[in-house]
Design a protein around this ligand. Structure first.
Ligand code: UDP
Ligand code: MN
Length: 292
């Protein structure tokens, strides 16, 4: 089979497939997975995927906790995430005993990492940057080639493979797809480290899905954590927390690949024509119940 011939059916004209800095935007029908799989198998690549499932210590009543999302995440991951490749799932939690032992395919494993949690859900979300930075430095470097850093309140519902992997990648936020730049919910306070002026910004990236090689993730998370701490000293917290700082980072450190909303979707947004696959879906949760 000629790659070039088969590639003629792999093209899209209805969506943007390349950024102005020539990074691919990954959509269904823009790549050949068999070709990519062969490349990544040749390199014997191991992929780490990180999720956080913690809850503030003082809980009211019997409110649900984020660890409830872990089994579905892993089960669907085993079905769809990097099938045929080596994968380490890193589960960061303050409730190690709540994480069940789960069966994995060969070459794949789950690692449970005990971490502290925070009172406010905003802090839980933001402190992921600090923990990812520290673990990238101390541990991930020696264990995996790439990291995929995502929210836990999610399930895989179609293939997510090596086509996403690159030195540094971000994901288009499904809620902002097609919006005008001035409507992007970047941080607009010039005093904040996350500030982006109205006439800047390429895309609005989702806080709940980024990745890259360990060095790049170290740099990204280090920047975001330092910026959040600098703001904290000024009594500032960016409008969308870690997501705002991530968007600031990507503005000046452009991702080498961008994932389309196929890779992060909410069923509440329906099924627009450009969306040929829904690969990773938000699981419904009662925000009041689970966060407060
Ligand atoms: N998270 C957590 N415990 C909390 C709050 C948040 O573990 O008490 C983690 C969890 O991985 C979650 C992520 O932080 O997926 C982001 O929070 P959330 O998903 O609630 O934000 P949303 O997607 O609703 O904006
Ligand atoms: Mn989420």
């Amino acid at each position: 089979m000629s790659v070039i011939t088969s590639f003629s059916s792999h093209r899209r004209t209805d969506v943007l497939v390349l950024t102005p800095w020539l990074a691919p935007i990954v959509w269904n029908d823009t790549y050949n997975l068999a070709v990519l799989n062969a490349q990544f198998h040749q390199r014997n690549v191991c992929v780490g995927i990180t999720i956080f499932a913690t809850k503030k210590r003082k809980m009211k009543g019997n409110s649900r906790i984020y660890t409830v999302f872990v089994p579905t995440f892993i089960e669907t991951g085993e079905k769809y995430f990097m099938v045929g490749h080596k994968v380490n799932y890193y589960v960061f939690t303050d409730r190690v005993s709540d994480i069940p032992i789960m069966e994995m395919a060969e070459g794949r494993q789950m690692r449970v990492l005990r971490v502290p949690t925070y009172q406010r859900w905003q802090d839980v979300s933001m402190r992921r940057m600090e923990m990812l930075r520290d673990y990238s430095h101390q541990r991930f470097r020696g264990e995996v080639d790439y990291l995929v850093c995502v929210d836990v309140d999610m399930r895989f519902s179609d293939e997510v493979g090596v086509e996403i992997l690159s030195d540094l990648f971000g994901t288009l936020h499904p809620g902002m797809y097609g919006a005008k730049r001035e409507h992007y919910t970047y941080e607009r306070n010039p005093q904040s480290e996350a500030y982006i002026p109205f006439d800047e910004g390429d895309f609005y990236y989702a806080g709940g899905y980024f990745g890259g090689n360990i060095e790049e993730i170290y740099k990204l998370t280090n920047f975001c954590h330092d910026a959040m701490m600098a703001d904290k000293d000024k009594n500032i917290e960016a409008v969308w927390h870690d997501e705002s700082y991530l968007n600031k980072y990507f503005l000046y450190h452009k991702p080498t690949k961008v994932l389309s909303p196929e890779y992060l979707w909410y069923n509440g947004f329906g099924t627009p024509a450009f969306l040929r696959r829904k690969r990773f879906l938000a699981v419904w949760k009662n925000h009041q119940e689970i966060r407060n």
